[in-house]
Design a protein around this ligand. Structure first.
Ligand code: SGN
Ligand code: CA
Length: 530
């Protein structure tokens, strides 16, 4: 028989209340997470970044997060398109590893794989996802989910259809989608969760995604005069073949739905769709014959940018409501608030709308984070961060083990101190082609100063940019003799990253990924809505 150690027993007995309180402290100390993500929100349309739209279209509420915490200025995604970016955020892995690399004919997200919400849930957190999801399959790892499923999973601005907990479908007719998602998020916090547990809430807006339909209350914004154009609004794409061949020009590829042109009466459903989609593939049209050339381009731009920014104003208001709720309920100190977008967007830069490219406007994501216990107010950080870092960072902040299979890395040290440095380069890979905007598949590397891109699908074109001297990426330096040494170094680094992230397949294999057709199992028409 083993001897009883009375001394140890006595010690444990005396220490018990202390041990108990430590356990309790740990539970109540675990931070809550509010992860807010919009869709296609460009960095330049978040005024905290003080870029060219900051004064014209301020976002005072989103900016509050940076005032209370940190603004990260160099956050990038690994594949600049909706589903793939979301899948990377959930898994902490590149698209080719988590299996969701394109929206079109790329199948559904494999929800059986490890995701960060699952790890939060397993460690005692109450978890929820509300709003845009766009991954096909029903969310996994959440105690509560209410996600938009109509319009191919995009959701709509009006009368959005939601799937609740993978079972019930409901059409929300009362509110604009932004207001609905905001309402549901606060409603979950207030009435639906288990308040004894810490929580991890992801709530994700459809706005400001195409077709940019704001809530009526924001129609009074920007009614007088024209908004300015970005610097490279008129780009002739010289020296950039891939950029020349796309279908995302404001001048040539906006359709009648984008521009809010009323259809004639009496069209069938099919005809109506045709009517609205007219313009997508470069078909010329003008709302009246006297409007042509630069004036027509500017007219389209004004319609677009104003509606886009009105949608942003809706998101900003919604974020303000959440921050107020946390303040009023004494939850701000112990809650990590993140604001980001699945990727950036072109607001007329290069003459474009949409995203997908590794050029800065779509490659960058806004990323603002507050956590008063750890992050100093008004901090600014320009380290190179990736969307695959979000999962490990949030886990780290909640003291949950980070699985080694995650490819991203926690940037918790950067949140504590501005002097810490992270990686010196980031790697990117985009696959979807030709839908929707004929953006050539490409991969590339970005350091603090340079960017090297390879467009490989049905061309073999390299581009090099010096971001310090050419922040708008207009001047392709690839092939210039004086840059040979830099190109060589970047190519070496690029190869190293491809090996590190296990993306070192042949160009032919990469092309096959673009060509792969994986039909969706999920079919919204089979769902009964009420
Ligand atoms: C829709 C849009 C495209 C957009 C894709 C992907 N067309 O198909 O312009 O690029 O979504 O966007 S629309 O006429 O249906 O609006 S993503 O955010 O889901 O990746
Ligand atoms: Ca998006």
């Amino acid at each position: 028989m083993r001897k009883i150690n009375f001394k140890l027993l006595l010690l444990l007995f005396i220490a018990q209340p202390w041990v108990q309180s430590q356990v309790e402290k740990k539970v109540s100390d675990r931070p809550n997470i509010v992860f807010i993500m919009s869709d296609d929100h460009a960095v330049s349309a978040v005024s905290a970044y003080k870029e060219w739209l900051a004064k014209i279209a301020p976002t005072p509420n989103i900016d509050r997060i940076a005032e209370n915490g940190m603004l990260m200025t160099r956050t990038f995604n690994t594949n600049s398109i909706c589903g793939p970016s979301r899948a990377s955020i959930l898994t902490g892995k590149y698209s080719h590893v988590n299996g969701f690399f394109k929206n079109e004919k790329g199948g559904d997200f494999d929800g059986t794989q490890m995701t960060f919400p699952k790890l939060f849930q397993a460690s005692g957190y109450e978890t929820a996802v509300i709003g845009k999801w766009h991954l096909g399959t029903t969310p996994t790892g959440f105690d509560y989910s209410k996600v938009m499923i109509n319009w191919g999973g995009q959701g709509t601005y009006f009368n959005p259809v939601f799937l609740v907990n993978g079972k019930d479908t409901i059409v929300e007719r009362q509110r604009h989608s932004t207001a609905q998602v905001a309402h549901d998020a606060i409603n979950w916090l207030e009435n639906k969760r288990d308040k004894k547990k810490p929580f991890m809430l992801m709530y994700q807006f459809k706005a400001p995604h195409r077709p940019w339909q704001p809530d009526a209350e924001f129609n009074s914004l920007f009614t007088t005069g024209d908004l300015p154009h970005p610097k490279n609004f008129n780009d002739n794409y010289s020296g950039r073949r891939a950029a020349k061949e796309q279908w995302m020009e404001i001048e040539n590829h906006m359709n009648r739905r984008d521009l809010k042109i009323d259809p004639p009466d009496g069209l069938s459903k099919y005809e109506l769709n045709e009517y609205y989609a007219f313009g997508n593939q470069g078909q010329f049209w003008t709302p009246n014959d006297t409007l042509q050339g630069d004036d027509l381009k500017n007219w389209k731009y004004q319609r677009y940018i104003k509606d886009y920014l009105r949608c942003v104003a809706g998101v900003d208001k919604a974020v303000g409501q959440m921050l107020d709720y946390l303040d009023e309920n004494d939850m701000s100190d112990n809650t990590i608030v993140v604001y980001t977008s699945d990727q950036g967007f072109y607001l007329g830069e290069h003459g474009w709308f949409d995203k997908r490219w590794m050029y800065e406007e779509s490659f960058r994501m806004p990323f603002l984070i507050s956590y008063p216990k750890l992050i100093k107010p008004k901090s600014l950080n320009s380290n190179l961060i990736l969307n695959i870092d979000f999962a490990p960072t949030l886990l780290d902040l909640a003291s949950i083990d980070i699985p080694i299979e995650m490819q991203g890395q926690s940037f918790l040290p950067l949140l504590k101190s501005n002097s810490k440095r992270s990686r010196d380069a980031v790697y990117y890979h985009y696959y979807e082609y030709p839908k929707w905007h004929k953006v050539q598949p490409h991969y590339g590397i970005r350091t603090h100063r340079y960017k090297l891109i390879h467009f490989y699908y049905n061309m073999d074109e390299w581009e090099l940019y010096d971001l310090e001297n050419d922040p708008n990426e207009m001047n392709n330096l690839y092939g210039k003799l004086s840059y040979e040494r830099i190109i060589k170094k970047l190519k070496k680094k690029l190869k190293k990253l491809q090996v590190k992230y296990k993306d070192d397949m042949s160009i032919d294999e990469m092309r096959k990924m673009t060509d792969m057709v994986v039909e969706r199992i999920y079919n919204e028409e089979n769902l009964n809505t009420r």
